[in-house]
Design a protein around this ligand. Structure first.
Ligand code: SF4
Ligand code: SF4
Length: 269
């Protein structure tokens, strides 16, 4: 126990409810309709599995203990986008204006939600640590030193698709956030299948590969540089992104109205 701070139990059910209410309030705060559906959250204890991060993600990927030496749990959440936004981004080979706006607003939401969860944990006597939703990566290697996707995979929030995104029980069209905490919140997986991508399960699909405007996707490979160049090109050349932050790196064609956009299609087989 820390001096003067009472450490009391907090459950993943409480954290999930907190996140759901936080996201539900966001449209009212912004005075807009909002882009988000109910978030989902998975968690796991800090154990041996996280030692594989340098092998499965960037070779200099951080361990949860690098963020917080006393961390006992990892929490990863996914905020799904509304269908209307994903549908709007389907047309053409460039992202729509709203996709860029939603990216910016969602990163801000993820940052504030993570801070709010951290404050809630602190009220219960537990420290936590977090990293930004994006742009915590090496631009030469194009790999994150803290990959929410890989953390989401390890806590069993989802599985990787051929499009290199995480497919959760609520699909892949949305954004991820994560934090580490001293709280022992236990094992709370959400994905129920070994794979969540149809093609990886041996079923015909590959729709994301066909949708990529720069052919960055193939069944066993991802042209990281080709994808990144496209994101930069979109940001630099689309007039309707000119008022958005320089960090608005978006495309999202491989997530737009795919079999895995809003659910885990393998769970339906
Ligand atoms: S579109 Fe099909 S092949 Fe691509 S990730 Fe989704 S399920 Fe897999
Ligand atoms: S984000 Fe765009 S460029 Fe990158 S893989 Fe998906 S469709 Fe291709």
């Amino acid at each position: 126990m820390k001096s003067g701070v009472q450490m009391d139990k907090i459950t993943v059910a409480e954290l999930r409810k907190f996140a759901e209410e936080f996201v539900a309030h966001e449209p009212g705060r912004l005075g807009t309709e909002g882009w988000w559906l109910t978030p989902i959250m998975a968690a796991a204890p800090v154990d041996e599995r996280f030692k594989q991060l340098p092998q499965i993600a960037a070779d200099d990927h951080l361990h949860p203990h690098d963020l917080l030496p006393t961390a006992k749990g990892v929490i990863v959440f996914f905020i799904p986008f509304i269908k209307q936004l994903v549908k709007e981004n389907k047309d053409g080979d460039r992202p729509c204006r709203n996709w860029g706006v939603a990216y910016v607003q969602t990163n801000d939401l993820i940052g504030r939600l993570s801070q709010a969860i951290s404050s809630l944990l602190k009220e219960h006597g537990f420290k936590s640590a977090l990293t930004p939703a994006t742009h915590n990566f090496d631009e030469a290697k194009l790999m994150a030193r803290w990959s929410h996707k890989h953390l989401g995979y390890l806590v069993n929030l989802g599985r990787f698709g051929v499009h290199n995104m995480l497919i959760t029980p609520e699909g892949c069209a949305g954004r991820l956030g994560s934090l580490v905490t001293e709280a022992q919140i236990g094992e709370h997986p959400l994905i129920e299948t070994d794979e969540a991508c149809l093609l990886k399960s041996g079923v015909e699909c590959g729709k994301c590969m066909q949708a990529c405007p720069v052919e960055a996707l193939s069944e066993n490979d991802f042209d990281r540089r080709g994808c990144w160049d496209r994101l930069n090109e979109n940001r630099d050349n689309l007039d309707y992104f000119s008022d958005l932050p320089h960090s608005t790196h978006v495309c999202g064609k491989c997530a737009a109205i795919m079999p895995c956009s809003f659910l885990n299609p393998v769970a339906l087989l």
